[in-house]
Design a protein around this ligand. Structure first.
Ligand code: FES
Length: 144
């Protein structure tokens, strides 16, 4: 392993330890460190964004076919809780029909993350509200 790679691994271990100490589960930490669905979709059918009361911002890209969510990406300018929540939302809604995705709530995401600090629960709300805004805008497009 090169010196730079070793340093990177040590950094990730430090971040992991800090997040675990503040109440993040191993699963939530993995979502935050690996960011499996971070980015955008060039052929998205819907792109929507939302800013939370904390000032953090998320945007979501949805790819749909026949009312089924095929692919999802989030871009997150925010805290580890926001990133972990957004990534968990994607795993919960991929392959689901629009009404099922719309009924996703904060509790579902909280259970999927297993544990995040209590003061980070609004980060889950931001991820869910961003999804709901995108589904609303997709199903009721604003006329020009
Ligand atoms: Fe703003 Fe987490 S602190 S979304």
């Amino acid at each position: 392993m090169s010196g730079a790679a070793r340093e990177e691994q040590a950094d990730a271990e430090n971040v992991r330890a800090m997040l675990a100490d503040s109440g993040y589960s191993e699963k939530a930490i993995r979502y935050f460190l690996h960011k499996p669905y971070m980015g955008s979709l060039p052929d998205a059918d819907q792109v929507s964004a939302m800013t939370g009361s904390c000032g953090d911002t998320m945007s979501i890209c949805l790819k749909l076919e026949d009312g089924v969510i095929q692919d999802v990406r989030y871009e997150v300018l925010g805290c580890p809780g926001a990133i972990a929540s957004a990534m968990a939302v994607v795993d919960l809604i991929k392959g689901k029909r629009i009404p099922d995705a719309r009924s996703l709530n904060d509790g579902d995401v909280f259970r999927a993350l297993e544990s995040i600090p209590a003061q980070k629960h609004h980060c889950i709300q931001l991820a869910v509200k961003t999804l709901q805004k995108a589904l609303d805008e997709y199903t009721q497009p604003v006329s020009p």
